[in-house]
Ligand binder design. Structure first.
Ligand code: EPZ
Length: 427
């Protein structure tokens, strides 16, 4: 299994191009199941999760074509010949976002059999809100032998779905399903993440009627059918936030090309308090420290527009060398502190009490062999490695391959001493 070796101490300097968002591209690819026509997505990142979604769609009979023009990768999906409405366990267990095929399949094909994803490293992550919402649109749903078996032979009917809890995936599934339901659907207490707005924009490009973009109330008028479109994938705000923190932790100065202030406003506000300066440039955002040391700040994760849970681990890494203390509270997932023991092994001072972690800044981190259990935890260890004394060897690199396109290249191009060690390579 590949590993990454980092020798800490180099400030990042230069520019980093932000990729298209993984978490936008995944639901966007699932729109193939809503139409006979081609949907072309520009700026899809080259990531393991995108490959998993490609394989899942191919299993349903969707034709997926990938093209590279210059640095931009586009994917065209065409669902004119759906041959199978089952999403098998072997694919769903690899990636929970596979459940996003449920709504589109049942809406357009009247049936779906999708494996229940099961728990994962960051929490139990049930899909009850997806199921209840689709039932409200008239789908009959049974749970059989580990599968969600959904049927709507006469199609779905619009309804009011009031989510008891904000869920990104459930909002996306219901939004896609409602575009083809008869009549009006109101999604209330919907998630407002930019990836949902991006999905709504693509669906509108396909002929869907959706109002309330960017708010917690989406109103959808169902249409008979959807057509094809060409859609650019929104920039990855989590990747942008991650690199902003990498720049800050190394005391560097980098322009994040393609990053948007509005997508990470809460992160910018928090990092500004911690002593990081963001300047808008014609191409994106320039990031550097204001002057001198980082300062400890308190952070609580929340649904958008709050501070994202997907940047909590990276923020914690940033706070390990800040002056003073920082209280980091995770409110979205119950088990998202798996990076704490590894950061501690690198010399960080962190105490966890329930959903909060108290980080006391230390002068220096030291390199160590580390491993993590999920994508964001893994990248937080890369950030720590960039500033640690000596070598950090990161194991289980496949987590990073799920969500960070060209990570080692992007960091090395800014002066980081980082390399990927292929299986069998000498340390
Ligand atoms: C999306 O996951 C993202 N994944 C996650 O990114 C992200 O952490 C999460 O949203 C929160 O922002 C994709 O977009 C592919 P949720 P999702 O449904 O949709 C509970 C990353 O690192 N819940 O908003 O699965 C759930 O357990 C990943 O890129 C229910 O109780 O998250 C959690 O506590 C990890 N019942 C909360 O809601 C449900 O039916 C929010 O989850 C659904 C969710």
């Amino acid at each position: 299994m590949d590993r990454i070796r980092i020798r800490g101490g180099n400030p990042l300097k230069g520019e980093i191009r932000i990729s298209g968002a993984k978490n936008a591209a995944l639901p966007l690819m699932a729109t193939a199941l809503l139409t006979d026509a081609e949907v072309r997505l520009n700026g899809v990142p080259d990531l393991a999760d995108i490959t998993t979604m490609t394989n899942l769609l191919a299993q349903h009979g969707v034709e997926v074509t990938t093209r590279l023009s210059g640095k931009e990768r586009s994917i065209t999906v065409c669902g004119s010949n759906i041959t199978d409405t089952t999403a098998p366990y072997d694919l769903v267990r690899k990636m929970r976002a596979s459940v996003l095929v449920l709504g589109p399949l049942v809406a357009r094909h009247g049936q779906a059999r999708v494996s229940l994803p099961g728990g994962c490293a960051i929490g139990t992550r049930p899909v009850d809100l997806h199921i209840k919402g689709l039932q409200q649109l008239g789908a009959e749903i049974d749970l059989k032998e580990g599968y969600i078996v959904a049927r709507a032979p006469k199609g779905l009917t619009g309804a009011e779905v009031n989510f008891p809890k904000v869920s990104v995936g459930a909002t996306e599934n219901l939004l896609m399903a409602a575009t083809l339901a008869k009549g009006e659907t109101n999604l209330i207490n919907a998630a407002r993440e930019p990836e949902i707005t991006d999905l709504a924009k693509c669906l509108i490009g396909m002929g869907a009627k959706i109002e309330g973009l960017g708010t917690d109330h989406l109103r959808i008028q169902g249409v008979e059918s959807l057509h094809g479109t060409i859609h650019p994938v929104v920039a990855d705000r989590i990747e942008a936030g991650t690199y902003a923190m990498a720049v800050a932790i190394t005391n560097g100065d980098v322009e994040l090309v393609g990053a948007h202030h509005d997508l990470i406003a809460s992160v910018i506000a928090t990092m500004t308090q911690a002593g990081v300066q963001f300047t808008e440039t014609p191409r994106g955002l320039r990031v550097k420290r204001t002057n001198g040391d980082l300062l400890g700040v308190d952070v609580m994760t929340e649904p958008f527009p709050g501070f994202p849970t997907d940047l909590q681990a990276q923020m914690m890494a940033l706070m390990t060398t800040a002056q003073g203390a920082s209280m980091i509270t995770e409110t979205i997932f119950e088990n998202r502190f798996m990076h704490v023991p590894e950061l501690t092994r690198m010399g960080a001072s962190i105490n966890v009490h329930g959903a909060s972690a108290m980080v006391r800044g230390v002068k220096r981190l030291t390199g160590a062999p580390v491993m993590a259990t999920d994508l964001r935890a893994s990248v937080s260890l890369v950030l720590a490695g960039l500033v640690a004394n000596g070598d950090t060897i990161l194991n289980r690199v496949y987590h990073l391959d799920r969500g960070y396109e060209w990570l080692t290249h992007k960091l090395a191009a800014c002066g980081a001493e980082i390399e990927r060690l292929s299986e069998g390579a000498a340390e």
